[in-house]
Design a protein around this ligand. Structure first.
Ligand code: AMP
Length: 180
């Protein structure tokens, strides 16, 4: 019998059944973030494919994308841009509205967050339908950035988000995939 080794990142992520509503398996990365070794391993793996690549900025999506994206930006020695929920940024913003299961939501960046032609890596903790990340990519493109990739700790491929970003021409990387 061959035993499948348990990936330390997979083991560090906690699943909360039926949160925030019945039928949702919430993939809780706070247990990974509090574990020094797992957090470092995750950031190292997220950064590894970009060693030697020309990157100008990391854009992290509110809120857990700030934690992971900030660490990735630090390790890549590049600047960090927050992609925030509407109404949180103090200066002039660009806004992008996207569809949710029920209703819509809006994300924003400062109009001067990126310079035209800058090469930007999008980071979040998790990709599900990809609606949030696609809106972030659209925003960054409207600001003139070149989105060179999108990277996530967790991917839920059945929800189609990674395929959606690939269809937008953005290479997608993830560390832990869940079948459902
Ligand atoms: P989506 O726009 O559908 O790709 O959703 C991505 C955002 O929702 C991410 O910022 C995640 O933090 C959060 N999210 C969606 N589904 C889950 C889930 N099953 N477990 C944890 N977070 C989730």
């Amino acid at each position: 019998m061959t035993l499948t080794p348990i990936d330390p990142l997979h083991a560090a992520i906690r699943t909360i059944p039926d949160y925030p509503k019945p039928g949702i398996q919430f993939r809780d990365v706070t247990t990974l973030l509090r574990d020094a070794r797992a957090f470092r391993t995750a950031v190292d793996r997220l950064v590894a494919p970009w060693a030697g690549a020309k990157i100008d900025k990391v854009a992290g999506i509110e809120a857990r994308g700030f934690i992971v994206g900030g660490a990735v930006a630090h390790q890549l020695s590049v600047g960090f841009v927050p992609v925030r929920k509407h109404g949180k940024l103090p200066a002039a913003t660009l806004q992008q509205t996207y569809e949710l299961e029920y209703g819509t939501d809006t994300v924003e960046i400062h109009t001067d967050a990126v310079a035209p032609g800058e090469r930007v890596l999008v980071v979040d903790d998790l990709i599900a339908t990809g609606g949030t990340a696609a809106a972030a990519i659209e925003l960054l493109r409207r600001a003139g950035a070149e989105v060179i990739g999108a990277t996530f700790v967790v991917n839920l491929p059945a929800l189609g988000g990674a395929a959606r970003l690939a269809a937008l021409g953005v290479p997608v990387q993830s560390l832990v995939d869940y079948a459902e």
